[in-house]
Structures are given as structure tokens and as C-alpha cells.
Design a protein around this ligand. Structure first.
Ligand SMILES: [Zn+2]
Length: 339
């Protein structure tokens, strides 16, 4: 595990949360943009990795949180997680619950979840309660990791899909935080086992589609990992795009010039490119033309850190484009001598 920069044993804290949402026809006690969901349950399981093939699981924990803002159960949410407004009167305050959760996590672990929505909901809840939104500095999103390792795909799969894929014995329904965390931890374990088998098999020197390292899937959720920019307003879409892609690309963290990995190319209405910061790994950039109310255009750009899957997506789009170009070349220049 030395190659991965992980020491032994490594603890993965897999967490999952359930949250209630505002009800559209009731005036919200708080701006839903600031609090898109209020946490009502935190579930988690620890997965400890002793070697590439030895793992243990902790008992799942479940902490019920009493919401302060969204105290009437949203019907859509209720259908999924099967809780009523009465259930929302139970549990401890978010501040107490989060404190308990952190104490249970301990020190030195990699925080994991399925997708990135749990992280963003957690951050909004921390902010609303006046706490620092800074969380554990290592985060692994299991969803893209599973996609790459299990199926070599960038498609987003559900937890239920992955449970099925690994034939994990399903004894409970989904959609309670501790059960979901338990299944996600089981999936992570299977994916890690597969990952090490694959990595030991695939030659590392395949430059065209290098097998990602585990580290490429671990990010720091506290860093400002994206940058947005807008070009000046132009008369045509084309001019606006040209201006936007001429922007100098600097790392959002350390501000050094980025190295171009794949230069700007168009894919449908979007222009894409791939970049590298020597210190802070891979970034993708996208630009789209947008219209102003005065019939002008500007280019809107976004530069952000990407995991192995997202980087691969850009690479695949670029390869598609190259193939298309080749095809056009062949079609317009037929070979002069056919045998
Ligand atoms: Zn950097």
C-alpha cells in the first residue's frame, strides 16, 4: 500500500445522511438556497484496511437529528425514507449529533460517501448552525471509484445497483442512513479488493489510458477547487467562445500556471480542455456561450479539479473528436489508387 501513500491500517469512515426538504407551498423559515436539505439522520460504518485483501467493518451507527427549520415532513422525501412529521420531533440537535459523530470518527481517516451530495448538504447544515464548514481533509467518493474499478465506466450507478453487482447479501431495505452506510462500506471493500487486483495486473506505463491511483479518487473537500470566469460581451457566439478559451489557466489553489494536457476542443455546444497542476493534480475546464438580454454573447468558463473518471470523460470526448476528424479526412481525400 506504500505506492498509494496510505499507511497500514487505513480507516475509511463511510457516512450517509437523510435530510428533509422544504415544502414548496409553505413559506420557508429559511432561504432554501442556503439550506437545501436539513439533516435528520446520520449513519456511518468504519471500514479498516489492514492490507490489500484484509478488511474489517465496525457496527453501523445511527444518530437521529431533530430538525430546527424543516419540521414538517416533505411528502416526496417521506416516500423514500418512510418517516413522518412525528418522527421529526425525536433526536438530538444537529450540533450535539455532529459532535457525537466526530467523536465516533476519531482521528486520521478517509471520509467516504456515495456521490457528493452528502458533503454539500453537510456543509450547508454546518454553516446554518454557525459552525465551521471545514470537514475532514480527505474525501473519497465511492460512486466514481466503483464505476471505474467494477465496470470501467463513467456512468453513475445507484447503491442498489452496486449491491446487486457485487452480489452483496441484502437483508434490509435501502434509505435509512445506517443501512445505506453499511451497504456503501461493503461496496467500497469489494471495490478496493478489485482495485488492487487490477492495479497489480495493468502495466502502469500505459500512457493513453493510465490506470488511476487510489489517490486520484481522494480529494480535499475544503479547498476552493473551482474557478469561474466570464468573457467580455461580443456580437457573436464564436467571438465570445474564442475570448473565453484564451483565458490564462491558473491553479485555483496555488495560482501557478497549469500545463495543458488536452487543448481546447468543442463537444456539442461545450468547449473542453484538460490541465495539470504539478502540485494539485488534474483539472478540467469547460466553456459555453451564453446570451445577454441585449442579444450579445459572452463565454462562461469553469475550471475545476476532477477525479480519474471525470478526466477520462474529457479524454474520451477528445478521442471521439479525433476519430471524427480522421473520418472526415478519409471521406474527403479518397485514396487515388484502389487495387
Ligand atoms: Zn496547484
Amino acid at each position: 500500500m506504500k505506492k498509494e501513500g496510505l499507511h497500514s491500517p487505513t480507516t475509511f469512515v463511510v457516512f450517509d445522511m437523510e435530510w428533509n426538504q422544504p415544502i414548496p407551498y409553505i413559506p420557508s423559515p429559511i432561504d432554501p438556497k442556503l439550506l437545501p436539505g436539513e439533516i435528520i439522520e446520520i449513519g456511518a460504518v468504519k471500514l479498516v484496511m489492514y492490507s490489500e485483501s484484509e478488511y474489517t467493518f465496525s457496527q453501523p451507527i445511527s444518530i437521529t437529528v431533530r430538525p430546527q427549520y424543516y419540521r414538517i415532513m416533505n411528502k416526496q422525501v417521506s416516500r423514500v425514507i418512510n418517516k413522518s412529521t412525528d418522527d421529526l420531533k425525536c433526536g438530538m440537535s444537529f450540533i450535539e449529533a455532529y459532535d457525537d459523530f466526530l467523536r465516533w470518527c476519531g482521528e486520521d481517516f478517509i471520509l467516504c460517501a456515495w456521490g457528493d451530495s452528502d458533503i454539500s448538504i453537510l456543509k450547508s447544515n454546518l454553516k446554518i448552525h454557525g459552525l465551521s464548514a471545514e470537514i475532514n481533509d480527505r474525501f473519497l467518493d465511492i460512486q466514481p471509484f466503483f464505476g471505474r474499478v467494477a465496470e470501467n465506466t463513467t456512468q453513475q450507478r445507484s447503491v442498489a445497483y452496486a449491491v446487486d453487482f457485487y452480489k452483496i447479501n441484502q437483508t434490509d431495505d435501502f434509505h435509512s442512513a445506517d443501512k445505506d452506510a453499511y451497504y456503501e462500506a461493503r461496496i467500497l471493500k469489494e471495490a478496493l479488493v478489485d482495485y488492487f487486483v487490477l492495479r497489480n495486473r495493468e502495466p502502469a506505463s500505459d500512457n493513453k489510458n493510465p490506470f488511476p491511483t487510489l489517490k486520484q479518487y481522494i480529494s480535499n473537500p475544503n479547498l476552493n477547487t473551482q474557478k469561474k470566469w466570464k468573457s467580455a460581451v461580443c456580437k457573436t457566439e464564436k467571438e465570445a467562445l474564442a475570448l473565453a478559451v484564451a483565458e490564462k489557466m491558473c491553479c485555483p489553489i496555488c495560482d501557478t500556471d497549469l500545463q495543458e494536457v488536452i487543448g481546447w476542443f468543442s463537444s456539442g455546444h461545450t468547449w473542453m480542455s484538460l490541465w495539470q497542476c504539478e502540485q494539485h493534480s488534474t483539472l478540467s475546464a469547460k466553456v459555453r456561450a451564453k446570451q445577454t438580454p441585449q442579444q450579445g454573447y459572452y463565454g462562461a468558463g469553469q475550471l475545476r479539479f476532477v477525479n480519474g473518471n471525470a478526466a477520462r470523460y474529457v479524454r474520451e470526448k477528445w478521442e471521439e473528436k479525433q476519430k471524427l476528424k480522421e473520418k472526415v479526412k478519409i471521406d474527403t481525400n479518397p485514396p487515388d489508387n484502389e487495387e
